[in-house]
Design a protein around this ligand. Structure first.
Ligand code: FES
Ligand SMILES: [Fe+2]
Length: 348
């Protein structure tokens, strides 16, 4: 039910600011994350090999972590290097170590075969450290199957309904533009690329357009294995969509926002949703606008959460009941087919 050979976001870097070990269950596996005395992040199985006590109740000592039940100490590679009262340490005294990389202000953990972990494959997530975007990070815990959250992100036709008051700003012209939009879905090696033009929508006041002006907004995202959502929203002069119906035009937009999100399955019914959202730094008021965008995003993501958790309860009440899909589901169907084939390859 999970893709294992992939980098998953386990935490924002700031969530692991101190030496205190952090327990997180990912893909039904208990992990402990900690920083060693040089600030490097380590990810180990959160289960001491002796009597299976959680290492997250332990203590970081230099590069290592000591189990505070009977004192075994483990190195970042999972080997036991101190067994109180013993000089010879059996090889079986070890815990699983997970490759971990710190990129884009986030901690990424490789959940599969360590020999295949390649940190250069981590996608172009943009966190609060990015110079071009004024990003504010956040996270949310869901009581839902990660696949319901993925399907929601892959099919943004829900925006004028779930988010009519937040992203839609209770403005019928914005919500109508979402309903009218033609959606293009293209396969990627590791996911899908989805674009839609929202044409003839009211220009936001800060765009410096005359009162009542309309703009065309290009909404384009990549959804990548194992659940990474990278969305750019660019505002252009009205008429741009007609001139450039499939691709982003070459000229710079009037304004843009970026959002990166990561869906990390914890267990079959719990998921951690990491997100960052913010305006383009090239706008003179970007920094001043950043809190407003983060607040708007949080409002919208809570709208998704309320709906998806309710959907999960309905599904669980009658799990055999099938869904009836239609053309708005093209991107989720394509992505889920790719994910299923990757899981199948891993099983072989
Ligand atoms: S359970 Fe960890 S040392 Fe005994
Ligand atoms: Fe949503």
């Amino acid at each position: 039910m999970y893709i294992k050979n992939a980098w998953y976001v386990a935490a924002w870097s700031a969530d692991l600011a101190t030496a205190a070990p952090l327990a997180i269950t990912m893909l039904d596996e208990p992990l402990v994350l900690y920083r060693d005395d040089a600030g490097r992040a380590v990810a180990l199985e959160d289960r001491c090999c002796h009597r299976l006590a959680p290492l997250s109740h332990g203590r970081v000592e230099g590069r290592d972590i000591r189990c505070l039940y009977h004192g075994l100490k483990f190195a970042p590679d999972g080997t036991c290097n101190d067994m109180p009262g013993h000089t010879a340490i059996p090889k079986a005294m070890r815990v699983r170590a997970y490759p971990v990389a710190e990129r884009h202000s986030a901690l990424w953990v490789w959940m599969g075969d360590p020999a295949r972990a390649d940190a250069t494959q981590i996608p172009d997530f943009r966190g609060p450290d990015h110079p071009d975007w004024a990003m504010l990070p956040g996270r949310m815990d869901y009581a839902a199957d990660y696949r319901l959250i993925q399907d929601n992100l892959l099919d943004l036709s829900h925006v004028p309904y779930v988010h009519r008051a937040s992203f839609g700003r209770s403005d019928a012209r914005i919500n109508d533009a979402w309903t009218r939009a033609t959606v293009h879905v293209a396969p990627l090696a590791q996911g899908v690329h989805v674009t839609r033009w929202l044409t003839d929508t009211p220009a936001q006041p800060f765009l410096g357009q005359p009162a009542g002006a309309r703009v065309d907004v290009l909404n384009a995202f990549d959804y990548l294995v194992p659940g990474i959502f990278l969305l750019t929203t660019r505002h252009y002069a009205q008429g741009t969509a007609q001139r450039s119906p499939r691709e982003a035009p070459t000229e710079a937009p009037l304004f843009a926002t970026f959002s990166c999100q990561a869906v990390t399955p914890l267990t079959a019914r719990t998921t951690c949703y990491f997100f960052a959202y913010g305006p383009w730094m090239r706008h003179p008021d970007a920094v001043a606008m950043k809190d407003g965008y983060a607040t708007l995003a949080l409002q919208a993501f809570n709208e998704d959460k309320t709906l998806i958790e309710a959907q999960q309860r309905i599904i669980d009440a009658d799990p055999a009941r099938p869904m009836t899909l239609f053309d708005v589901d093209r991107a989720p169907v394509q992505y889920n087919r790719l994910a299923a084939s990757l899981m199948e390859q891993e099983r072989r």
